[in-house]
Design a binder for this molecule. Structure first.
Ligand SMILES: Nc1nc2c(c(=O)[nH]1)N[C@H]1C(S)=C(S)[C@@H](COP(=O)(O)OP(=O)(O)OC[C@H]3O[C@@H](n4cnc5c(=O)[nH]c(N)nc54)[C@H](O)[C@@H]3O)O[C@H]1N2
Ligand SMILES: Nc1nc2c(c(=O)[nH]1)N[C@H]1C(S)=C(S)[C@@H](COP(=O)(O)OP(=O)(O)OC[C@H]3O[C@@H](n4cnc5c(=O)[nH]c(N)nc54)[C@H](O)[C@@H]3O)O[C@H]1N2
Ligand SMILES: [Mo]
Length: 731
């Protein structure tokens, strides 16, 4: 498949028209996209009260292929009742994520019981009774509660409260497989775990470091900001082992000049080895110190540990930095000189930074580099973790974490006159491991695909299989509904955000709270998440306790509760009247007064990790293609990397030759955890030699359960693999 020379452009527009046609016409799609609801895909934060396709700065139209994909998925027809008797589980297990997703919307509660061949539809009453009975039958700490990041603040807050009053802190969200390292790393450096900037800062910056992310595919609307920086004469420095087409040149569909001629994005593209960022970032800092370009005054006044840190930089040897990063000192010098010359710099990063056993250290190294030149604590400069799911940040803010923030814990107890459990809660990986050891019996999933997102897929399946009861609240079918089935598995169909009967709220990666109006239901059958959770609470915990669960069916009432207990969310109390979306207090640092105890930022001295893999081994990253959203695959081809199928491994041509392989050869890919047979070798000039690329979620069979000890995030981007030529007869 031929690779296009730029991202975005007419292809994106034609795609839009095609999707619209499939969903019942352009007008219908346009109307759906323009309702006042926060966009469903990534956390850049579009939509809300300004109307769909409008960004936080009020700019319109801001549309991307991904939001259309998500919308089209929700606009599908219902899965028909006979589907469940027609297709046995054995058959559905053979289906691809794409086939499952396009089966239609889930509209009936479904039950699978061990020994049966099929799911069968049941009514809501039976489903809720089974669920309440299953939960009542086990000690609370033998259950876990997993949340994805697409549900609302209201649903997230309510369900974590139910879980805790029921008696467990085994409450976690998909962040543990995503940006947890950013939260932990940032909190350790600046005392707050989210972005320090607002969207406007990005508009004003004159340099952006874009590290370990592919926003051309995964956060397309950020590309407009990057284009503007270049047009203003600013710098966009990309650090990525892969040269991603859309980060070199992108055609922004809503900008005529860009659409016709393309917009250069990266002004400097640096390719470290996978996992080489920490050494590279430390090298840039070392060079800044050598150039004397640090802000001495800022370091002295606002940073704890700066003397030790400078000593640590001076101790590092250039040869080691070069070896561990894979980047030549001359290029590190170029990076440092650009950084030294810039005035307002934003550091943005994604999964290439967090999906490592040293993810927190990576984030600390980014914060160090920014602090060194006083780039945190003033306007137009700062730190920006580019978040994943559209409300993943909100889910975390409102208390969906094993351990509640002390102030939330105290206020919840006081406001509601309740006593919350103090037992330690498990993170996501611990829940899977606990299930395998038989310590957990019941799982409850608010959206997402817990099976599909896990490392060591075979292990995850085996662990979930051991549960007595597993419940999913879902909109569409995914691999997690057909693999890893508990003795009793129940699927409850829920409404999407823009079909909710009442308003809900979401939080963007810029700490901006969006109000979504909801809208008319598209199909009979699914229920609102909040309604399902409140009913569960009534059945499980009764109405005689301190919380009137009936009243909690009203999302406005839940907003009142969040406003009372979550710091920075006070304005949620009046949002129903004012309809005023807002910036969460205490998170944007435009002054060098940080969230730490003494208001000073902290410089850490993380050890430089050795690179994984040597000799015949390769370092493998597992990533998203252009046509997927996490475990949901919309299209098999990955346009910008020129791949028309997903069962491939991308290697530098030099590695293909070095390993005695050839293009299109079938190999078995092996790691310490598993193997994948019949994978096609594809030479790929754009990847740094020594490294390899495969697609998630299929490659999860290969990903070990090694997690960053500080954030518990698995090293999804750093898997050591070897390739074995398949039997020539099979080729
Ligand atoms: N369309 C679409 N949008 C999405 C998603 C989606 O699946 N599809 N998912 C959403 C979610 S939940 C998330 S978390 C984000 C994910 O957004 P991204 O993080 O952009 O996605 P990935 O494909 O996991 O990783 C991407 C990049 O990391 C680079 N990389 C890999 N290893 C390293 C490394 O060691 N160092 C460096 N510097 N780079 C490395 C890869 O080359 C690749 O370009 O996107 C969100 N938005
Ligand atoms: N190897 C490898 N593994 C990874 C990653 C990687 O890069 N490599 N990335 C990791 C990352 S960053 C993440 S975030 C996780 C993703 O982990 P998850 O968030 O658990 O997975 P998703 O695939 O996003 O979940 C999709 C499902 O959510 C449901 N859904 C969609 N909309 C709604 C809604 O409005 N309400 C409800 N209740 N359900 C809804 C649909 O049924 C859909 O099938 O995977 C992680 N796993
Ligand atoms: Mo994510």
């Amino acid at each position: 498949m031929k690779r296009p020379s730029s991202g975005g452009g007419w292809r994106a527009i034609l795609y839009t028209l095609r999707k619209a046609r499939q969903s019942g016409g352009l007008l219908k799609m346009w109307r759906a996209m323009r309702t006042r609801n926060a966009c469903k895909t990534c956390a850049v934060g579009m939509g809300g009260q300004h109307g769909g396709m409008v960004n936080e700065a009020g700019r319109f139209p801001e549309v991307c292929k991904k939001s259309l994909q998500a919308m089209a998925a929700d606009m599908q027809g219902a899965i028909r009742p006979e589907f469940w008797s027609t297709y046995a589980l054995a058959a559905l297990r053979m289906w691809t994520p794409r086939q499952l997703e396009t089966s239609g919307r889930l509209v009936q509660p479904l039950l699978y019981e061990r020994g049966q061949a099929n799911y069968r539809p049941i009514d809501w009453t039976e489903a809720m009774e089974r669920l309440a009975r299953g939960l009542r039958g086990v000690p609370a700490d033998e259950t876990f509660w997993y949340f994805s990041g697409r549900s609302s603040n209201e649903a997230g807050f309510l369900l974590q409260l139910v879980a805790r009053l029921y008696g467990t802190n085994n409450v976690n969200n998909c962040s543990y497989y995503c940006h947890q390292a950013s939260g932990v790393g940032l909190t350790s450096s600046i005392g707050s775990g989210t972005a320090t900037v607002v969207l406007d800062d990005l508009e004003q910056a004159d340099m952006v470091f874009l590290i370990g992310g592919n926003p051309a595919s995964n956060h397309p609307r950020l590309m407009t900001n990057l284009m503007h920086i270049r047009r203003r004469g600013g710098e966009v420095v990309v650090i990525n082992p892969v040269v991603e087409t859309g980060l070199v040149n992108f055609r922004i569909p809503s900008d005529v000049r860009s659409l016709l001629f393309g917009s250069p994005i990266a002004s400097l593209y640096v390719q470290p080895h996978i996992g080489g960022d920490l050494a590279l970032l430390t090298g840039i800092a070392k060079r800044i110190d050598e150039l004397g370009a640090q802000d001495h005054e800022f370091l002295r006044q606002h940073c704890a540990g700066h003397e030790q840190w400078l000593e640590y930089l001076r101790r590092q040897e250039w040869a080691e930095i070069h070896r561990r990063s894979g980047v030549e000192p001359a290029q590190i010098n170029e990076l440092a000189e650009k950084y030294a010359a810039a005035r307002n710099v934003i550091f943005a990063w994604t999964m290439g930074i967090t999906h490592h056993a040293h993810g927190v250290h990576n984030v600390q190294a980014i914060a160090n580099l920014a602090l060194m030149r006083g780039m945190v604590g003033r306007p137009h400069a700062g730190l920006l973790p580019i978040r994943g799911h559209s409300n993943i940040q909100g889910i975390g803010s409102v208390g969906v974490t094993p351990r509640l923030k002390e102030v939330i814990f105290q206020r919840l107890q006081e406001q509601f006159s309740i006593e919350l459990p103090t037992t330690p809660g498990r993170d996501t990986l611990e829940c899977i491991e606990g299930a395998d050891r038989g310590e957990l019996k019941v799982g409850f999933c608010l959206g997402g695909n817990l099976y599909g997102s896990n490392p060591d897929a075979a292990f995850a399946e085996q662990a979930l299989d051991k549960l007595d009861l597993l419940v999913h609240l879902s909109t569409t079918l995914n691999t997690g509904h057909v693999h890893g089935l508990a003795r009793q598995t129940i699927i409850l169909p829920v409404l999407a955000r823009d079909e909710e009967p009442q308003p809900t709220t979401q939080e963007s990666m810029f700490n901006y709270v969006r109000l979504s109006d909801g809208g008319p239901r598209r199909l009979d059958g699914p229920r609102s998440e909040v309604e399902v959770i409140a009913e569960l609470a009534q059945r499980l915990l009764g109405d005689s306790g301190p919380i009137d669960w009936q009243s909690m069916r009203d999302t406005g009432r839940i907003r009142q509760a969040i406003a009372q207990v979550v710091p920075g969310f006070e304005q949620l109390a009046t949002i129903d009247q004012t309809r005023q979306e807002f910036q969460i207090g205490g998170r944007t640092f435009h002054r060098p007064q940080f969230g730490t105890a003494d208001g000073r930022a902290v410089l850490h001295c993380p050890p430089l990790p050795d690179l994984q893999g040597a000799g015949g081994q390769l370092r493998l990253m597992t990533v998203r293609s252009e046509g997927q959203f996490n475990t949901v695959v919309y299209e098999d081809d990955d346009l910008y990397r020129g791949q028309e199928r997903r069962d491939v491994i991308l290697l530098h041509p030099r590695d293909v030759e070095r390993l005695g392989l050839r293009a299109e050869q079938l190999v078995t890919v092996r790691s310490e955890t598993g193997s994948l047979p019949r994978i096609l070798v594809r030479p790929f000039e754009s990847i740094k030699p020594g490294n390899a690329l495969m697609y998630y979620p299929e490659a999860n069979v290969l990903v070990p359960r090694h997690a960053d000890p500080l954030s518990r995030t698995p090293a999804f981007k750093s898997v050591v693999v070897t390739l074995e030529a398949a039997n020539p007869a099979a080729v």
